[in-house]
Design a protein around this ligand. Structure first.
Ligand code: AP5
Length: 216
């Protein structure tokens, strides 16, 4: 069992690889982005609170996401947690360390997914996901086998995200560089950081992550 963080800018492939790890290793993906989008889709008070912030590409408050993660961690994960899109600030990273300690658990690896900004624009503007099972696709690099039908569950509810446009991506990237990228140094200093080439093909990235995890 391993608890890991997938760290990288928007479009780095965190969600894609988290889903792979769920399938291959029985790990549990904890995506704060998905939790927030779910709250918006359900029209909850939290959803109303964060909708505008997310549409602009800004980060929601640390308190909100730390609360979401704490709730989900209490449910447990046999194969370990994959933190996807969390932590995104130093305060969130400290809070996660505290939660781990309180649960008698450890953070085993932080995997930085290295990509360049030019590739991110193409990835983000071509992305669509299944509204039913969450499978992630791309117009060019990973289309569905049958147009308009999810390969995994057969749903025709395929969606594009409100924040997946070139303008909002600029804000999301700026938020990443200002507030999240300092975590690379933070985890390096703790001896927990490994890096993989996020620009490689999806299978090659998955292999690189597997070899990091298998090294322990
Ligand atoms: P969130 O949902 O976490 O979005 P994000 O970090 O911007 O990451 P993405 O989901 O855009 O990208 P990804 O790395 O998962 O890439 P994917 O695998 O889909 O956050 C959304 C918002 O919520 C934030 O802006 C913020 O407002 C709020 N929020 C969330 N967490 C927060 C927190 N902790 N604190 C504060 N606010 C928070 O891949 C992208 C595309 O590329 C896909 O189409 C995929 O098919 C394709 N692709 C993936 N890998 C490859 C590959 N190797 N080769 C070719 N194509 C690939």
């Amino acid at each position: 069992m391993a608890n890991i963080i997938l760290l990288g800018p928007p479009g780095a492939g965190k969600g894609t690889q988290a889903k792979r790890l769920e399938e291959t290793r029985g790990m549990v993906q904890l995506s704060t982005g998905d939790m927030l989008k779910d709250a918006i889709a359900r029209g909850t008070e939290l959803g109303r609170q964060v909708e505008g912030i997310m549409a602009r590409g800004e980060l929601v408050t640390d308190e909100i996401v730390i609360g979401l993660i704490e709730d989900r961690m209490n449910d447990g994960a046999g194969g370990g947690f994959i933190f996807d899109g969390f932590p995104r600030t130093l305060k969130q990273a400290d809070a996660l360390a505290g939660l781990m300690t309180r649960m008698g658990s450890t953070l085993d690896r932080v995997i930085e997914m290295q990509v360049d900004d030019a590739a991110l624009v193409a990835r983000i503007t071509g992305r669509f996901t299944c509204g039913n099972c969450g499978a992630v696709y791309h117009d060019v690099t990973r289309p569905t086998k049958v147009a308009g039908v999810c390969d995994v569950c057969g749903s025709t509810d395929l969606r594009r995200r409100a924040d997946d446009n070139a303008d909002t991506l600029k804000t999301r990237l700026m938020e990443y560089y200002k507030k999240t990228s300092p975590l690379i140094g933070y985890y390096y200093a703790k001896g927990q950081l490994s890096a993989v080439d996020g620009l490689a093909e999806v299978d090659a990235v998955a292999d690189a992550i597997a070899s990091v995890l298998d090294k322990g």
